[in-house]
Write a protein of this length. Structure first.
Length: 541
């Protein structure tokens, strides 16, 4: 009996002649019905190109296949006509993409986007589609789904956007689900729920799963078989136990050993306070009725107080939608808030426009999604230089170029990359560019909003090491927002745990990670580190 999906000797290239980039070479793998096959490798290794080839979603004719074969349920897909692929996509094969905000239509409600798949392939009525959408959103754990069906994608957190994508992919009960980093943006507890959901659906539907991920912990829990990919080639392949317990290839051994390690340098007790917030509140009104009367509030941040000192990292931990990113934006005055926000003892709440601009130079942010936060129309030089132009720094063109080169080299990039565009870089390289853009203004305080969530494990470790070195060299104060507690352990001096806009626990990193007191914090730790509670309620490895 033939496999459900069989990829044989696949080659995928971009461009032609001297400019040809061979993204995938000689790749072969097979997936049986109901099986989970993990495709593992670093950014730029060819994982996503392989998956997109199955769906014929590569940008033809720039992308092309010099050779190879892809069969699904015995049908050849490499030369399949467009009408056949339309029948297969979203119905028999579905895909969850890595970056949900760039994959969802910003102008359509989530109900309209999920319903579209049902109308196209199942011909459901509006009432039937409405009921199915609610069922799907409930399955993927989207809170208050019924009241948010008309919301647009940007009104959700990164994790909630990914749940909408997963609901859309599962709408038609596909035979094969291709999941490209499906839990990248999710916090650890929701990640566990989504993975459990995917396993449950596999058992009910006999659905196969091609799982593309950099998280080897997920691979251990989910996969039956594994393919390890490096530089466009599959270098090792086999059963999960075979690959993880007895890896043969040096690259596989490298991946298994790579994760963020170490701890941040201690901070002097008398280090000055850089950023302080007291009773910070960000409430969003809920409008109802024809005249849009305020019927209530979403209390995204509800009375939080904190301080961040020079050379100090405060880690903000919590589930998607807990208010972490909103808190970070409020401290930077990118979100309107009540309460007190002060930078080096100077209140920011009363400042507007030009009066606030000098502080903008001192306070920077690195966003969760580097691809979405870097303009696709600007070169890397223009992106990193923009802050210099806004603040009148650097004099003439040559002097600014020199500053840009220095900033890029400090984050591990090279001067010959100046005239390239964001799409020409891997995820890890794009995040380094985003860090360089913040760093070039010599700030004192940086909000790091999930800066490693979209990166594979070895690149995560590199970015963590880079951020610690930059903090040491420049005495930077960090507000580090993350759902990855292994990264938080490597970065944070203190941790603040948020839930539904409030602080449930706060203290030193050692106290929170090694002996959490609140049940919610203990649940987070258990999900992240696979800890077990003893009879006293403490947790241990």
């Amino acid at each position: 009996m033939s496999p459900l999906l069989e990829i044989s000797d696949l080659h995928a290239s971009f461009g032609f002649g001297e400019n040809e980039v061979r993204a995938v070479r000689n790749a072969s793998l097979a997936i049986e019905k109901g099986e989970t096959h993990a495709l593992v490798g670093e950014s730029g290794s060819g994982k996503s190109v392989t998956a997109l080839s199955v769906m014929q979603l590569l940008p033809y004719p720039l992308a092309h296949h010099p050779g190879g074969s892809i069969t699904f349920q015995g049908e050849q897909l490499m030369a399949a006509p467009s009408w056949k692929m339309r029948e297969i996509r979203g119905n028999r094969i579905a895909m969850i993409f890595q970056e949900p905000l760039t994959s969802l239509n910003p102008l359509h409600s989530i109900e309209k986007q999920i319903s579209e798949v049902l109308f196209l392939h199942k011909a459901l009525s509006r009432d039937e589609a409405h009921a199915r959408v609610l069922e799907l959103l409930d399955l993927v754990g989207l809170p208050e789904a019924k009241s948010r069906l008309n919301a647009l994608p940007h009104e959700f957190s990164g994790g909630q956007q990914q749940r909408v994508m997963i609901a859309m992919a599962l709408a038609n009960d596909p035979d094969l689900l291709i999941a490209d980093e499906p839990t990248t943006a999710l916090d650890v507890t929701i990640q566990a729920q989504v993975l459990a959901l995917l396993k449950d659906l596999q058992q009910k539907l006999g659905m196969a799963l091609l799982l593309i991920t950099h998280d080897l912990g997920i691979v251990r829990h989910m996969a039956d078989t594994v393919s390890v990919m490096n530089d466009g080639e599959i270098v090792e392949q086999g059963d999960l136990a075979q690959v993880f317990e007895n890896p043969q290839h040096a690259y596989t051994q490298h991946l298994l050993a790579a994760e963020p390690k170490g701890r941040p340098d201690p901070v002097a007790e008398n280090a000055p306070t850089i950023m302080a917030g007291h009773d910070v509140k960000v409430w969003f009104p809920i409008k109802k009725g024809v005249i849009r009367r305020t019927a209530g509030y979403v209390k995204a941040v509800d009375g939080i107080s904190l301080t961040v000192r020079q050379g100090h990292t405060l880690g903000i931990v919590g589930e998607s939608g807990s208010g972490k990113s909103t808190l970070g934006r409020a401290l930077l005055r990118l979100e309107k808030s009540n309460g007190e926000v002060a930078f080096e003892g100077r209140s920011l709440q009363a400042l507007q426009g030009k009066a606030l601009r000098p502080f903008r130079r001192e306070m920077q942010i690195v966003f969760q999604d580097p691809y979405g936060s870097l303009s696709p129309r600007l070169t890397i030089r223009q992106i990193v230089e923009e802050g210099l132009l806004v603040h009148g720094i650097g004099g003439d063109f040559d002097e600014r170029r020199h500053l840009v080169v220095d900033a890029l080299e400090e984050v591990g990039l090279e001067a010959d990359m100046l005239n390239r565009y964001p799409h020409e870089f891997s995820g890890g390289q794009r995040q380094r560019i985003a860090i360089a853009r913040a760093l070039i203004l010599k700030p004192k305080f940086i909000v790091l909003d999930e800066p490693t969530s979209a990166l594979d494990m070895s690149v995560q470790a590199q970015i963590v090491d880079l951020l610690r070195d930059l903090q040491k060299n420049h005495d930077l104060a960090y507000l580090f927002i993350s759902h990855d507690l292994k990264v938080i352990r490597a970065m944070a001096h203190e941790i603040l745990v948020m839930r539904e806009g409030r602080v449930v626990e706060q203290g030193t990193a050692d106290a929170i990670l090694d002996n959490p007191q609140d049940p919610y914090t203990r649940a987070l730790m258990a999900a992240a580190f696979e800890l077990k509670a003893d009879d006293t309620g403490a947790v241990r490895v």
